[in-house]
Design a protein around this ligand. Structure first.
Ligand SMILES: Cc1ncc(COP(=O)(O)O)c(C=O)c1O
Length: 377
């Protein structure tokens, strides 16, 4: 075996021995408590019907790719008009589409903070933000999760332009960032707030416009990231902010420049998902009722190892990769698709069941899931 293959094998064995080997699997016939399809857009058929209707009106290039980068042949009037719509929906000057939330964060964080600048990021921010920060030449420091006092303490390290990176709803904990306090902090320290709204889009705010809009802080936030693979049930993402930021990203964000633009089908799907959002008040209401029911049942059953959350993401901490996998297997055997989040995705000792509550989950399903959790806790 050559040394490269030996390295691959050794690394996988190390993971395997730590009980942390990641695998991908297809499970059938279980109740969905793990997908990010919070409103059921991708499963209930509502989005599909809208997409088919719109695509039939423009049959000529439904299935083809975009043929190039936005800067060459991949741009179109329909992408530009969708970006205008996204900007107005989130009450911003401009929006720029990326092929995914991962690409949006990589592009934004790698090119906006420069050498001599400083990034402070919440210790729990998503891997895509961390990877973007790693690609930037700015100095970066993490602050304790949601701890503005710790952020204050770190300000002595600030140099150049200062950026603060947070998520409005944390992807692996489900809790929310204190946006008002962070905006105050940024005003006091002349810092620029960047908010990843991946798990808030569609779930919070008027018509699902997310947390920054809900709190009317649009003018006080430097950039927001909205992703479309979660509550919107499709794929892609947008960075939302000023016209100046958009022009800068078109010129410097490498994950925007050096990639083939989203195909026509994805643009139509995002457009339809936004249209569906404007009709989704009832679904959102049901979603929040379901979240409340789940939390109340956890409390009633004294499940103390849950992480407090008002979002669709609810977690039960079960330390140890082996233990948490055993727990998820047992729950899956009862018919509920709940996945284990292992270390190193989350810190060692904080392994957890990550449960996603949806608008389409029934009361009986939620009660059944809690009963299954009680049995393993
Ligand atoms: C907070 C957050 N940001 C960004 C992403 C990446 O988004 P996408 O799946 O569109 O690449 C995710 C998805 O896992 C996420 O949870």
């Amino acid at each position: 075996m050559n040394t490269a293959n030996k390295y691959l094998e050794d690394s996988l064995n190390k993971r395997r021995n730590a009980g942390a080997l990641r695998t991908i699997k297809v499970l059938h016939g279980l109740v969905d408590f793990c997908s990010n399809d919070y409103l059921g857009f991708s499963t209930t058929g509502a989005l599909r019907a809208k997409i088919l209707e719109l695509e039939q009106k423009q049959p000529s290039h439904v299935f083809e790719g975009s043929t190039g980068s936005r800067l060459i042949s991949g741009n179109s009037a329909i992408i530009e008009s969708l970006e205008e719509y996204i900007a107005s929906f989130h009450n911003a000057e401009a929006a720029l589409l990326f092929n995914s939330g991962y690409d949006a964060n990589i592009g934004l964080f790698s090119c906006v903070p420069k050498r001599g600048d400083t990034i402070f990021y919440d210790e729990l921010v998503h891997a895509s933000i961390r990877d973007g920060i790693r690609l930037s030449y700015a100095k970066s420091y993490s602050f304790r999760h949601n701890d503005i006092n710790n952020l204050e303490e770190l300000t002595k390290l600030a140099k150049g332009n200062v950026y603060i990176a947070v998520e409005s709803v944390y992807s692996m904990d489900g809790d929310m960032t204190p946006l008002n306090e962070l905006v105050n902090f940024c005003e006091r320290h002349n810092a620029n707030l960047i908010v990843d709204e991946a798990h808030a889009t569609g779930v919070f705010g008027h018509a699902g416009s997310a947390c920054v809009s809900d709190l009317m802080l649009e003018k006080k936030v430097f950039a927001r990231i909205h992703t479309y693979g979660k509550a919107l049930g499709t794929h892609g993402a947008a960075v939302v902010g000023s016209n100046l930021l958009k022009e800068y990203l078109i010129n410097f964000a490498r994950s925007f420049i050096y990639t083939t633009a989203l195909p026509f089908h994805s643009i139509i799907a995002i457009k339809c998902a936004y249209s569906l959002l404007t009709e989704s008040d009832e679904m959102r209401k049901t979603l929040h009722e379901n979240i409340k029911l789940f939390s109340q049942l956890l409390e009633k059953n004294k499940i103390i190892n849950s992480i407090k959350s008002e979002s669709s993401i609810q977690c039960i901490v079960i330390p140890g990769n082996e233990k948490v996998i055993n727990a998820s297997n047992k729950i899956q055997k009862k018919g509920f698709d709940v996945r284990a989040i292992m270390s190193p995705t989350v810190p060692e000792g904080k392994e957890r069941l990550r449960i996603c509550i949806h608008a389409f989950n029934t009361e009986d399903e939620i009660k059944g899931l809690v009963e299954a959790i009680v049995n393993i806790c």
